[in-house]
Design a binder for this molecule. Structure first.
Ligand SMILES: [Ca+2]
Length: 152
């Protein structure tokens, strides 16, 4: 009964106070339009010096907003500060792009860091996505080998 009485009062206060109206939607506004959806941090099988093995680890981003988003200049980094910078990449609603660690020819859906060895630690690491201005947009952390991948 107390809640039923208090709720309309709180709404009335919110309607009268600009500060309250501003703070309410800020949580959703902080959500990045493009997010890290999956990281396969442990390449399947034994880690060996083949391009196939190096490309067995990758990070996938997805546009989870309602509009088209350019991620040109955005960066993907690990805790040891290996950096991958996106070129002129645009993602439509729900579209994904996968960044493989090894060598390969870029397509709209697949990008390659062109490295000769793995960068994502198999036991613990954090994949961080930052925008062109260096502002952190998303991060995915793992702390154990587990299944070799993490989804978010
Ligand atoms: Ca790895």
């Amino acid at each position: 009964m107390r809640i039923r009485i208090a709720a309309p009062a709180a709404l009335a206060v919110a309607a009268l106070s600009g500060a309250l109206l501003v703070t309410a939607p800020s949580a959703s506004a902080a959500t990045s339009p493009v997010q890290i959806s999956k990281v396969q941090y442990d390449s399947p099988g034994k880690d060996v010096h083949t391009n196939k093995s190096v490309n067995g680890e990758w990070v996938r981003l997805q546009n989870r907003s309602k509009g088209t988003v350019s991620i040109k200049g955005w960066k993907l980094t690990d805790t040891k500060r290996h950096v991958y910078t996106f070129g002129n990449v645009t993602l439509k609603k729900n579209q994904s792009v996968t960044v493989f660690t090894g060598k390969g020819k870029d397509t709209s859906a697949s990008k390659y860091q062109q490295r000769g060895w793995m960068i994502w630690n198999n036991t613990h690491d954090t994949a961080t996505l930052s925008d062109a201005k260096g502002k952190k947009k998303d991060a995915v952390k793992w702390t154990k080998p587990g299944k070799g991948y993490v989804t978010s």
